[in-house]
Design a protein around this ligand. Structure first.
Ligand SMILES: Nc1ncnc2c1ncn2[C@@H]1O[C@H](COP(=O)(O)OP(=O)(O)OP(=O)(O)O)[C@@H](O)[C@H]1O
Length: 391
Protein backbone atom coordinates (compact mmCIF):
# COMPACT_ATOMS: atom_id res chain seq x y z
CA UNK A 1 0.00 0.00 0.00
CA UNK A 2 1.49 3.41 -0.91
CA UNK A 3 1.38 5.87 1.94
CA UNK A 4 1.20 9.62 1.39
CA UNK A 5 4.02 11.42 3.28
CA UNK A 6 2.63 13.12 6.39
CA UNK A 7 3.66 16.78 6.63
CA UNK A 8 5.55 17.66 9.80
CA UNK A 9 6.83 14.14 10.42
CA UNK A 10 10.51 13.19 10.23
CA UNK A 11 11.77 10.18 8.31
CA UNK A 12 11.30 7.85 11.32
CA UNK A 13 7.76 9.15 11.80
CA UNK A 14 6.97 8.54 8.13
CA UNK A 15 8.10 4.91 8.45
CA UNK A 16 5.88 4.43 11.51
CA UNK A 17 2.93 5.81 9.60
CA UNK A 18 3.64 3.38 6.76
CA UNK A 19 3.93 0.45 9.21
CA UNK A 20 0.65 1.39 10.90
CA UNK A 21 -1.07 1.59 7.51
CA UNK A 22 0.31 -1.79 6.44
CA UNK A 23 -0.74 -3.48 9.69
CA UNK A 24 -4.09 -1.72 9.71
CA UNK A 25 -4.86 -2.88 6.19
CA UNK A 26 -4.78 -6.57 7.19
CA UNK A 27 -8.27 -8.08 7.09
CA UNK A 28 -9.55 -9.78 10.24
CA UNK A 29 -10.41 -13.32 9.08
CA UNK A 30 -13.55 -13.55 11.21
CA UNK A 31 -14.90 -10.02 11.04
CA UNK A 32 -13.72 -9.48 7.44
CA UNK A 33 -12.84 -5.84 8.07
CA UNK A 34 -9.43 -4.11 8.14
CA UNK A 35 -7.80 -4.23 11.57
CA UNK A 36 -7.50 -0.42 11.59
CA UNK A 37 -11.26 -0.03 11.18
CA UNK A 38 -11.80 -2.38 14.11
CA UNK A 39 -9.47 -0.41 16.39
CA UNK A 40 -7.17 -3.42 16.68
CA UNK A 41 -3.84 -1.71 15.94
CA UNK A 42 -2.44 -0.38 19.19
CA UNK A 43 1.20 0.73 19.58
CA UNK A 44 3.53 0.96 16.59
CA UNK A 45 7.26 1.70 16.81
CA UNK A 46 10.21 1.36 14.44
CA UNK A 47 13.88 1.36 15.55
CA UNK A 48 16.78 0.70 13.17
CA UNK A 49 14.49 -0.98 10.64
CA UNK A 50 12.87 -3.26 13.26
CA UNK A 51 9.12 -2.68 13.56
CA UNK A 52 7.13 -3.53 16.72
CA UNK A 53 3.37 -3.65 16.46
CA UNK A 54 0.87 -4.42 19.20
CA UNK A 55 -2.39 -5.88 17.92
CA UNK A 56 -5.39 -5.98 20.24
CA UNK A 57 -7.45 -9.14 19.81
CA UNK A 58 -11.17 -8.98 20.43
CA UNK A 59 -11.19 -11.77 23.00
CA UNK A 60 -8.79 -13.94 24.99
CA UNK A 61 -8.04 -17.11 23.04
CA UNK A 62 -9.25 -15.63 19.75
CA UNK A 63 -9.20 -18.55 17.27
CA UNK A 64 -7.78 -16.29 14.56
CA UNK A 65 -4.83 -15.08 16.69
CA UNK A 66 -2.06 -16.97 14.87
CA UNK A 67 -3.34 -16.00 11.44
CA UNK A 68 -3.64 -12.33 12.41
CA UNK A 69 -0.12 -12.31 13.86
CA UNK A 70 1.27 -13.92 10.72
CA UNK A 71 -0.64 -11.63 8.32
CA UNK A 72 0.38 -8.47 10.19
CA UNK A 73 4.03 -9.49 10.22
CA UNK A 74 3.95 -10.23 6.49
CA UNK A 75 2.24 -6.91 5.74
CA UNK A 76 4.70 -4.92 7.87
CA UNK A 77 7.72 -6.62 6.27
CA UNK A 78 6.37 -5.28 2.98
CA UNK A 79 7.31 -1.73 4.04
CA UNK A 80 10.66 -1.10 2.25
CA UNK A 81 12.47 0.42 5.24
CA UNK A 82 11.54 -2.49 7.55
CA UNK A 83 13.81 -5.55 7.66
CA UNK A 84 12.36 -7.26 10.74
CA UNK A 85 9.02 -7.15 12.52
CA UNK A 86 7.73 -8.22 15.94
CA UNK A 87 4.01 -8.54 16.43
CA UNK A 88 2.74 -8.73 20.00
CA UNK A 89 -0.83 -9.66 20.82
CA UNK A 90 -2.91 -8.01 23.50
CA UNK A 91 -6.62 -8.12 24.27
CA UNK A 92 -9.15 -5.28 24.06
CA UNK A 93 -10.63 -3.80 27.20
CA UNK A 94 -14.42 -4.03 27.65
CA UNK A 95 -14.66 -0.41 26.58
CA UNK A 96 -12.60 -0.94 23.42
CA UNK A 97 -14.68 -4.02 22.57
CA UNK A 98 -17.95 -2.14 23.05
CA UNK A 99 -16.61 0.61 20.81
CA UNK A 100 -15.73 -1.93 18.13
CA UNK A 101 -19.15 -3.58 18.31
CA UNK A 102 -20.81 -0.20 17.80
CA UNK A 103 -18.60 0.43 14.77
CA UNK A 104 -19.45 -2.98 13.36
CA UNK A 105 -23.13 -2.28 13.73
CA UNK A 106 -22.62 1.05 11.93
CA UNK A 107 -24.05 2.76 14.98
CA UNK A 108 -27.28 0.73 14.90
CA UNK A 109 -28.61 -0.29 18.30
CA UNK A 110 -28.78 -3.91 19.41
CA UNK A 111 -31.76 -6.04 18.39
CA UNK A 112 -31.95 -4.56 14.93
CA UNK A 113 -31.73 -6.95 12.06
CA UNK A 114 -29.66 -5.86 9.13
CA UNK A 115 -31.75 -8.00 6.80
CA UNK A 116 -34.57 -5.55 6.30
CA UNK A 117 -36.46 -5.16 3.05
CA UNK A 118 -34.23 -2.21 2.14
CA UNK A 119 -30.94 -3.97 2.74
CA UNK A 120 -28.74 -4.94 -0.18
CA UNK A 121 -28.61 -8.54 0.99
CA UNK A 122 -30.73 -10.90 -0.99
CA UNK A 123 -32.49 -13.41 1.28
CA UNK A 124 -33.39 -16.81 -0.16
CA UNK A 125 -35.36 -19.32 1.89
CA UNK A 126 -35.06 -22.93 0.75
CA UNK A 127 -38.14 -24.97 1.58
CA UNK A 128 -39.62 -28.39 0.90
CA UNK A 129 -42.83 -30.22 1.72
CA UNK A 130 -41.32 -33.14 3.58
CA UNK A 131 -38.01 -34.17 5.11
CA UNK A 132 -35.25 -36.15 3.48
CA UNK A 133 -35.83 -34.88 -0.05
CA UNK A 134 -32.39 -33.21 -0.30
CA UNK A 135 -33.28 -29.64 0.68
CA UNK A 136 -30.29 -29.08 2.99
CA UNK A 137 -27.96 -30.56 0.38
CA UNK A 138 -29.31 -28.07 -2.17
CA UNK A 139 -28.90 -25.18 0.31
CA UNK A 140 -25.33 -26.10 1.25
CA UNK A 141 -24.15 -26.62 -2.32
CA UNK A 142 -25.87 -23.47 -3.56
CA UNK A 143 -24.26 -21.46 -0.75
CA UNK A 144 -20.79 -22.79 -1.55
CA UNK A 145 -21.23 -22.31 -5.30
CA UNK A 146 -22.32 -18.69 -4.75
CA UNK A 147 -19.35 -18.06 -2.42
CA UNK A 148 -17.07 -19.62 -5.02
CA UNK A 149 -18.30 -17.00 -7.49
CA UNK A 150 -16.98 -14.34 -5.13
CA UNK A 151 -20.25 -13.45 -3.43
CA UNK A 152 -20.39 -12.86 0.31
CA UNK A 153 -22.71 -15.58 1.54
CA UNK A 154 -24.36 -16.36 4.89
CA UNK A 155 -26.32 -19.48 5.72
CA UNK A 156 -28.85 -19.85 8.53
CA UNK A 157 -29.85 -23.39 9.35
CA UNK A 158 -33.44 -22.87 10.48
CA UNK A 159 -34.19 -26.58 10.18
CA UNK A 160 -34.33 -26.71 13.95
CA UNK A 161 -35.57 -30.28 14.37
CA UNK A 162 -33.32 -31.88 11.79
CA UNK A 163 -30.32 -29.57 11.50
CA UNK A 164 -27.92 -31.13 9.02
CA UNK A 165 -26.10 -28.05 7.71
CA UNK A 166 -23.14 -28.27 10.16
CA UNK A 167 -22.46 -31.82 8.95
CA UNK A 168 -22.87 -30.98 5.27
CA UNK A 169 -20.53 -27.98 5.64
CA UNK A 170 -17.81 -29.89 7.51
CA UNK A 171 -18.43 -28.16 10.84
CA UNK A 172 -18.76 -31.34 12.90
CA UNK A 173 -15.64 -32.87 14.47
CA UNK A 174 -15.14 -36.66 14.37
CA UNK A 175 -16.27 -36.85 18.02
CA UNK A 176 -19.61 -35.25 17.07
CA UNK A 177 -18.88 -31.80 18.45
CA UNK A 178 -20.26 -28.98 16.31
CA UNK A 179 -18.14 -25.85 15.68
CA UNK A 180 -19.16 -23.02 17.99
CA UNK A 181 -19.50 -19.37 17.10
CA UNK A 182 -17.05 -16.94 18.70
CA UNK A 183 -18.64 -14.47 21.07
CA UNK A 184 -17.30 -10.90 21.11
CA UNK A 185 -19.25 -8.96 23.69
CA UNK A 186 -22.86 -9.16 22.56
CA UNK A 187 -21.92 -10.21 19.04
CA UNK A 188 -21.90 -13.78 17.85
CA UNK A 189 -19.42 -14.47 15.05
CA UNK A 190 -20.48 -17.41 12.90
CA UNK A 191 -17.95 -20.07 11.89
CA UNK A 192 -16.91 -19.89 8.23
CA UNK A 193 -16.93 -23.07 6.14
CA UNK A 194 -15.97 -23.21 2.46
CA UNK A 195 -16.23 -19.41 2.34
CA UNK A 196 -19.76 -19.33 3.85
CA UNK A 197 -20.68 -17.90 7.26
CA UNK A 198 -22.84 -20.54 8.90
CA UNK A 199 -25.11 -20.47 11.92
CA UNK A 200 -27.20 -23.38 13.13
CA UNK A 201 -29.25 -24.18 16.19
CA UNK A 202 -26.90 -27.14 16.68
CA UNK A 203 -24.10 -24.68 17.53
CA UNK A 204 -25.96 -23.42 20.58
CA UNK A 205 -26.86 -26.72 22.22
CA UNK A 206 -25.13 -27.66 25.43
CA UNK A 207 -21.81 -29.39 24.79
CA UNK A 208 -22.49 -33.11 24.55
CA UNK A 209 -26.18 -32.57 23.80
CA UNK A 210 -25.69 -32.14 20.06
CA UNK A 211 -27.39 -35.44 19.31
CA UNK A 212 -30.49 -34.85 21.44
CA UNK A 213 -33.87 -33.93 20.00
CA UNK A 214 -35.08 -30.34 20.23
CA UNK A 215 -38.55 -30.06 21.67
CA UNK A 216 -39.04 -26.31 21.70
CA UNK A 217 -42.38 -24.65 21.22
CA UNK A 218 -43.17 -21.99 18.64
CA UNK A 219 -42.34 -18.85 20.68
CA UNK A 220 -38.93 -20.20 21.68
CA UNK A 221 -38.13 -21.07 18.08
CA UNK A 222 -39.27 -17.64 16.94
CA UNK A 223 -37.02 -15.97 19.52
CA UNK A 224 -34.06 -18.09 18.42
CA UNK A 225 -34.53 -17.21 14.77
CA UNK A 226 -34.91 -13.56 15.70
CA UNK A 227 -31.59 -13.75 17.56
CA UNK A 228 -29.93 -15.36 14.55
CA UNK A 229 -30.98 -12.32 12.55
CA UNK A 230 -30.00 -9.72 15.14
CA UNK A 231 -27.13 -10.96 17.30
CA UNK A 232 -25.19 -12.99 14.75
CA UNK A 233 -22.72 -10.73 12.99
CA UNK A 234 -22.68 -11.68 9.34
CA UNK A 235 -21.20 -8.39 8.14
CA UNK A 236 -22.17 -7.20 4.69
CA UNK A 237 -23.62 -10.10 2.74
CA UNK A 238 -24.68 -10.39 -0.87
CA UNK A 239 -26.84 -13.43 -0.20
CA UNK A 240 -28.32 -14.96 2.94
CA UNK A 241 -29.66 -18.48 2.47
CA UNK A 242 -32.09 -19.91 5.00
CA UNK A 243 -32.47 -23.68 5.20
CA UNK A 244 -36.08 -24.07 6.30
CA UNK A 245 -37.53 -27.03 8.13
CA UNK A 246 -39.75 -29.12 5.86
CA UNK A 247 -43.46 -28.36 5.81
CA UNK A 248 -45.63 -25.54 6.98
CA UNK A 249 -44.99 -25.42 10.74
CA UNK A 250 -44.16 -22.68 13.24
CA UNK A 251 -40.70 -21.95 11.88
CA UNK A 252 -41.94 -21.37 8.34
CA UNK A 253 -44.47 -18.89 9.70
CA UNK A 254 -41.84 -17.17 11.87
CA UNK A 255 -39.39 -16.85 8.98
CA UNK A 256 -42.25 -15.48 6.87
CA UNK A 257 -42.88 -12.79 9.49
CA UNK A 258 -39.22 -12.01 10.14
CA UNK A 259 -38.19 -12.05 6.46
CA UNK A 260 -41.30 -11.23 4.42
CA UNK A 261 -39.13 -9.99 1.56
CA UNK A 262 -37.35 -13.33 1.12
CA UNK A 263 -37.27 -15.11 -2.20
CA UNK A 264 -38.19 -18.77 -1.93
CA UNK A 265 -36.81 -21.87 -3.64
CA UNK A 266 -39.03 -24.94 -3.38
CA UNK A 267 -37.16 -28.26 -3.40
CA UNK A 268 -38.81 -31.52 -4.36
CA UNK A 269 -37.94 -34.96 -5.69
CA UNK A 270 -39.56 -36.15 -8.90
CA UNK A 271 -41.91 -38.32 -6.83
CA UNK A 272 -45.55 -37.22 -6.82
CA UNK A 273 -46.01 -37.79 -3.05
CA UNK A 274 -43.16 -35.34 -2.31
CA UNK A 275 -44.47 -32.96 -4.95
CA UNK A 276 -47.92 -32.64 -3.37
CA UNK A 277 -46.58 -31.50 0.01
CA UNK A 278 -44.00 -29.23 -1.61
CA UNK A 279 -46.85 -27.25 -3.19
CA UNK A 280 -48.28 -26.51 0.25
CA UNK A 281 -45.00 -25.13 1.61
CA UNK A 282 -44.71 -22.89 -1.48
CA UNK A 283 -48.27 -21.68 -1.02
CA UNK A 284 -47.60 -20.79 2.62
CA UNK A 285 -44.52 -18.78 1.63
CA UNK A 286 -46.59 -16.85 -0.88
CA UNK A 287 -49.33 -16.18 1.68
CA UNK A 288 -46.65 -14.69 3.93
CA UNK A 289 -45.65 -12.29 1.17
CA UNK A 290 -42.54 -14.11 -0.05
CA UNK A 291 -41.83 -14.59 -3.75
CA UNK A 292 -41.27 -18.05 -5.21
CA UNK A 293 -38.31 -17.84 -7.57
CA UNK A 294 -38.46 -21.42 -8.78
CA UNK A 295 -38.65 -25.11 -8.10
CA UNK A 296 -35.48 -27.19 -7.73
CA UNK A 297 -35.84 -30.86 -8.45
CA UNK A 298 -33.30 -33.13 -6.81
CA UNK A 299 -32.65 -36.85 -7.00
CA UNK A 300 -33.71 -36.42 -10.62
CA UNK A 301 -33.13 -39.08 -13.30
CA UNK A 302 -29.45 -39.93 -13.68
CA UNK A 303 -27.73 -40.75 -17.00
CA UNK A 304 -25.90 -44.06 -16.89
CA UNK A 305 -22.74 -45.01 -18.82
CA UNK A 306 -24.65 -47.36 -21.14
CA UNK A 307 -26.83 -44.49 -22.33
CA UNK A 308 -29.87 -45.49 -20.26
CA UNK A 309 -31.44 -43.42 -17.51
CA UNK A 310 -31.89 -44.41 -13.89
CA UNK A 311 -35.00 -42.90 -12.31
CA UNK A 312 -34.90 -43.79 -8.59
CA UNK A 313 -37.77 -41.46 -7.77
CA UNK A 314 -39.63 -41.33 -11.08
CA UNK A 315 -39.88 -38.14 -13.13
CA UNK A 316 -41.94 -35.02 -13.49
CA UNK A 317 -42.47 -33.97 -9.84
CA UNK A 318 -40.91 -30.53 -10.08
CA UNK A 319 -42.86 -29.58 -13.20
CA UNK A 320 -46.06 -30.61 -11.45
CA UNK A 321 -45.14 -28.44 -8.41
CA UNK A 322 -44.24 -25.49 -10.65
CA UNK A 323 -47.55 -25.78 -12.52
CA UNK A 324 -49.52 -26.00 -9.26
CA UNK A 325 -47.77 -22.92 -7.86
CA UNK A 326 -48.22 -20.84 -11.01
CA UNK A 327 -51.00 -18.27 -11.01
CA UNK A 328 -52.39 -15.89 -13.60
CA UNK A 329 -49.98 -13.19 -12.38
CA UNK A 330 -46.92 -15.31 -11.66
CA UNK A 331 -45.47 -18.21 -13.58
CA UNK A 332 -43.31 -20.54 -11.52
CA UNK A 333 -40.84 -22.81 -13.34
CA UNK A 334 -38.43 -25.64 -12.57
CA UNK A 335 -35.09 -23.83 -12.51
CA UNK A 336 -32.78 -26.77 -11.81
CA UNK A 337 -32.68 -30.55 -11.87
CA UNK A 338 -29.99 -32.05 -9.66
CA UNK A 339 -29.50 -35.65 -10.78
CA UNK A 340 -29.32 -38.52 -8.34
CA UNK A 341 -25.63 -38.85 -7.44
CA UNK A 342 -23.88 -41.26 -5.14
CA UNK A 343 -20.80 -39.02 -5.29
CA UNK A 344 -22.87 -36.14 -3.94
CA UNK A 345 -24.17 -38.28 -1.08
CA UNK A 346 -20.69 -39.50 -0.15
CA UNK A 347 -19.20 -35.99 -0.12
CA UNK A 348 -22.19 -34.72 1.84
CA UNK A 349 -21.46 -37.30 4.53
CA UNK A 350 -17.84 -36.11 4.62
CA UNK A 351 -18.79 -32.46 4.97
CA UNK A 352 -17.28 -31.37 1.65
CA UNK A 353 -19.99 -30.20 -0.74
CA UNK A 354 -19.76 -31.94 -4.12
CA UNK A 355 -19.83 -28.58 -5.85
CA UNK A 356 -16.23 -27.93 -4.77
CA UNK A 357 -14.96 -31.46 -4.25
CA UNK A 358 -15.89 -33.04 -7.55
CA UNK A 359 -16.67 -30.26 -9.96
CA UNK A 360 -17.30 -32.47 -12.99
CA UNK A 361 -19.99 -34.57 -11.30
CA UNK A 362 -23.33 -33.94 -13.04
CA UNK A 363 -24.88 -32.89 -9.71
CA UNK A 364 -22.04 -30.36 -9.15
CA UNK A 365 -22.53 -28.94 -12.64
CA UNK A 366 -26.26 -28.61 -11.99
CA UNK A 367 -25.57 -26.75 -8.72
CA UNK A 368 -23.22 -24.34 -10.50
CA UNK A 369 -25.83 -23.67 -13.17
CA UNK A 370 -28.36 -22.99 -10.40
CA UNK A 371 -25.93 -20.60 -8.68
CA UNK A 372 -25.37 -18.74 -11.98
CA UNK A 373 -29.08 -18.37 -12.45
CA UNK A 374 -29.72 -17.23 -8.88
CA UNK A 375 -26.81 -14.76 -8.97
CA UNK A 376 -27.95 -13.18 -12.22
CA UNK A 377 -31.64 -13.04 -11.44
CA UNK A 378 -32.80 -9.68 -10.09
CA UNK A 379 -34.14 -9.86 -6.57
CA UNK A 380 -37.84 -9.47 -5.91
CA UNK A 381 -39.44 -6.22 -4.88
CA UNK A 382 -41.74 -7.76 -2.28
CA UNK A 383 -41.68 -5.71 0.89
CA UNK A 384 -39.18 -3.17 -0.50
CA UNK A 385 -39.77 0.54 -0.61
CA UNK A 386 -39.77 1.65 -4.21
CA UNK A 387 -37.98 4.86 -5.15
CA UNK A 388 -41.15 6.65 -6.27
CA UNK A 389 -42.93 9.59 -4.74
CA UNK A 390 -46.52 10.64 -5.14
CA UNK A 391 -46.59 14.34 -5.76
N1 LIG B 1 -29.23 -35.56 -5.66
C1 LIG B 1 -29.00 -36.47 -4.72
N2 LIG B 1 -28.51 -37.71 -5.04
C2 LIG B 1 -28.26 -38.64 -4.10
N3 LIG B 1 -28.45 -38.45 -2.78
C3 LIG B 1 -28.93 -37.24 -2.40
C4 LIG B 1 -29.23 -36.19 -3.34
N4 LIG B 1 -29.67 -35.11 -2.64
C5 LIG B 1 -29.65 -35.46 -1.35
N5 LIG B 1 -29.21 -36.72 -1.17
C6 LIG B 1 -29.06 -37.48 0.07
O1 LIG B 1 -30.33 -37.60 0.68
C7 LIG B 1 -30.24 -37.50 2.10
C8 LIG B 1 -31.16 -36.39 2.61
O2 LIG B 1 -30.66 -35.16 2.14
P1 LIG B 1 -30.85 -33.80 2.95
O3 LIG B 1 -30.41 -33.94 4.37
O4 LIG B 1 -30.26 -32.72 2.13
O5 LIG B 1 -32.43 -33.71 2.92
P2 LIG B 1 -33.42 -32.68 3.62
O6 LIG B 1 -34.58 -32.55 2.71
O7 LIG B 1 -32.74 -31.46 4.00
O8 LIG B 1 -33.84 -33.48 4.90
P3 LIG B 1 -34.17 -32.90 6.36
O9 LIG B 1 -35.11 -31.78 6.21
O10 LIG B 1 -34.73 -34.10 7.04
O11 LIG B 1 -32.83 -32.46 6.90
C9 LIG B 1 -28.76 -37.27 2.40
O12 LIG B 1 -28.17 -38.49 2.73
C10 LIG B 1 -28.20 -36.74 1.08
O13 LIG B 1 -26.83 -37.06 0.90
Amino acid sequence: MTQEPQPGLGAAGQIEVAVRAAAGGVIDPELRRPLADLGMIDAVAVHDGVASVVVLLTIVGCPAADRIQHDVRTAVLGVPEVHDAKVELGVMTDEQRADMVTRLRDGKPRATTTFTADSLTRVIAVTSGKGGVGKSTVTANLAVALADRGLRVGLIDADVYGFSIPGLMGLVAPDGRIARPTRVGELVLPPVAHGVKVVSIGMFLREGAEGTAISWRGPMLHKTLEQFLTDVFFGDLDVLLVDMPPGTGDVAISVGHLLPHADVLVVTTPQSAAAGVAVRSGQLARQLGQRIIGVVETMSPMDLADGSTFEPFGAGGADAVAAALSTEDETVTRIASIPFSTVLRAHGDEGIPVVIEQQDDPAALAFRALADLVAKRPRGLAGRRLPVSVG
